[in-house]
Ligand binder design. Structure first.
Ligand SMILES: *Cc1c(COP(=O)(O)O)cnc(C)c1O
Length: 211
């Protein structure tokens, strides 16, 4: 864990770029340490792990929780009830289900739609053509606030390839008039900022290596 790394990045990035501190694999005590120096957005990728930390940290009302992991259909209600942002909505069916559950439970989560800009069997996500063809239907769904697109680049790309994919994501978001792009992780955040990211998802850079 390295608070000075956090502050260095925080002071280096443009003011329209947000940091999501990805705390998966780290303890609630470590979240507290970063929260004390001004970080209030935390990302988790497994519901159960996140929920345990949310209970421990429930008195820190400033914390906004973001779900960034693969969404299992049977966990959607719990995710909707416990997270303000959902970054990893990777299919129309899941989005519909989020919308109907949010309606029932009187919630209105901020949504990022995960897009897949290059074939990658290990990742989910909307293909851009599908997103565009479904766009009208997507916009009609109740009780969700569409904020932006999210992308995870395949591992092992060059800096130039990372930049190109991030720019594609930004272009697609702009064409749909979505303000946010959740893109850039510890290894590629600088390229992501140059391409127009508004949410960097940073784990190891802030918290250190996950054991
Ligand atoms: C783990 C994770 C991150 C953070 O990864 P680091 O390389 O540790 O910064 C970002 N986004 C998603 C979806 C993740 O699962």
């Amino acid at each position: 864990m390295n608070p000075s790394n956090y502050l260095k990045i925080k002071n280096h990035i443009p003011s329209n770029v947000n940091i999501l501190a990805v705390s998966k694999g780290f303890k609630s005590q470590e979240i507290k340490t970063i929260q004390k120096i001004g970080q209030n957005d935390f990302g988790e990728s497994k519901f159960q792990e996140a929920f345990e930390k949310q209970l421990i940290l429930k008195d820190l009302k400033q914390i906004k929780w973001h779900f960034i992991g693969r969404i299992q259909s049977n966990k959607i209600r719990k995710i909707v009830q416990n997270f303000k942002y959902i970054h990893s909505v990777d299919s129309f069916e899941k989005l519909q289900k989020i919308s109907s559950i949010s309606y029932e439970d009187k919630k209105n989560p901020f949504i990022m739609l995960q897009v897949k800009l290059r074939d990658d069997p290990s990742k989910g996500g909307f293909k851009p053509e599908l997103l565009i063809s479904k766009w009208r239907e997507i916009q009609e769904l109740k009780n969700i606030t569409l904020k932006g697109l999210m992308t995870i680049n395949p591992r092992g790309l060059s800096s130039k390839e990372n930049s190109e994919l991030f720019k594609k994501c930004r272009c697609l978001a702009d064409s749909l008039q979505l303000p946010d792009c959740s893109m850039g992780m510890s290894g590629d955040w600088e390229e992501a900022i140059d391409a127009g990211s508004t949410w960097l998802r940073l784990g190891s850079l802030i918290f250190g290596d996950r054991s």
